[in-house]
Unconditional design. Sequence first.
Length: 438
Amino acid sequence: MKQILSKSILYFVVFVLFLAGSLVFMGRIDYRSRFFANWQPCLRGGGGGGHLPALKVYMYDLPRRFNVGMLTHHGSNDDLPVTIKNLPPWPARSGLNKQHSVEYWMMASLLYYSESRIGGGGVSGQEVVRVSDPESADVFFVPFFSSLSFNVHGKDMRDPDTEFDKQLQVDIIKILSESTYWKRSSGRDHVIPVHHPNAFRFMRDGVNASILIVADFGRPTHIQSNLTKDVVAPYVHVVNSFLNDESSDPYESRPNLLFFRGRTDRKDEGKVRGALARVLNNTKGVIYDVGRASDEGIQESVKGMRSSKFCLNPAGDTPSSCRLFDAIVSHCVPVIVSDKIELPYEDELDYSEFSIFFSDEEASKPNYMVDKLQGISKEKWLAMWRRLKTIAPHFEYQYPPKNEDAVNMIWRQVRHKLPAAKLAHHRSRRLKVPDWWR
Ligand SMILES: *[C@@H]1O[C@H](CO)[C@@H](O)[C@H](O)[C@H]1NC(C)=O
Ligand SMILES: *[C@@H]1O[C@H](CO)[C@@H](O)[C@H](O)[C@H]1NC(C)=O
Ligand SMILES: *[C@@H]1O[C@H](CO)[C@@H](O)[C@H](O)[C@H]1NC(C)=O
């Protein structure tokens, strides 16, 4: 009898340990942000995973014309190294260039989290540490502002301006191809931000093996860029975050059902916008504003998003747009109509907990979408709104960076891509017949 009893106790203990283990193992930020929201500071060791050491990143030293030189027009010394002391702030009035400024915030985070300043272990909970010895690096960061280069030099896609954008791409490929570390892996362990759909447009093939930081996969071929190797990063939101969203009844304090502001005449994926404009026209509770991005436009969006329960996010010229991230930081439940969209950190976040999805076809049917949205109960909506408030900090780019903010999330994503990059690298060194099983 005693034996049976102690056996069952043993089984029970093993079972409880197993259960606890699998809970911890599954979905990292989910368990921390939802169940243990208040305990976060004590739970978090370094590197986001609780006790993983910070990802070691070596950052190439590049002349300023590849990065911050594009922010300051008064010919600064091209060879002066960028440091935490002389890093120019992101300009306050940069307009829409800000949307794709992921490259700037990643570089800034590495300057901030440098080994010499914070030590090597990353004990304070950040995901990343900049190392000065390339031999000790897990990955290599290429601080070329390819999106800003397109916006500053290449925007009208005409010579001679665009030549400068092209030249920077040619030059960077040359620098990389001469690097021992690039050659070692064909760039597979290199991290390169190419967030604007037209960034690096002349030479993308040259960096096709690298871990690219992208907005979506609308333009490039699936060989140049795909979800296996690349990281989808949020746009940098252009509306101000809704920080004191503490209304006693947020459901009632948002009188409009659905809000959209933007252009309806988009190319490619954005054609669905025309159909949406027709089916939503003259619908009670729906605000469908046809407007261009401008400073007043942004103020209108802030008002509209904060006074609506749902915010419509149709595809633009490409599957993604900045509007989604504006909606998230406004805690306006996103309604996503974009069949080809890919979303940031989706291995860690379940977007269906705080967003609604319709296919292009569903959304184009008269009344379909509005009926569904009206059918969502207040309780369900409030749960989504609360979840939005919890996850919104993951979409903030800032300097200095903070644990769990957008750059730290991106670095964690880079870490998640590393095993596949290593696998591809190791296999490439010995395979004679590539992927026979395809
Ligand atoms: C990437 O581009 C290079 C040439 O720039 C090419 O040799 C290589 O096959 C491409 N990689 C893939 C996976 O297509
Ligand atoms: C993703 O890109 C890599 C590198 O070009 C390529 O080897 C791989 O086959 C691509 N994966 C898919 C699913 O297309
Ligand atoms: C919306 O309806 C009005 C008439 O009520 C019409 O003039 C307008 O063209 C419609 N707009 C769209 C986008 O269908």
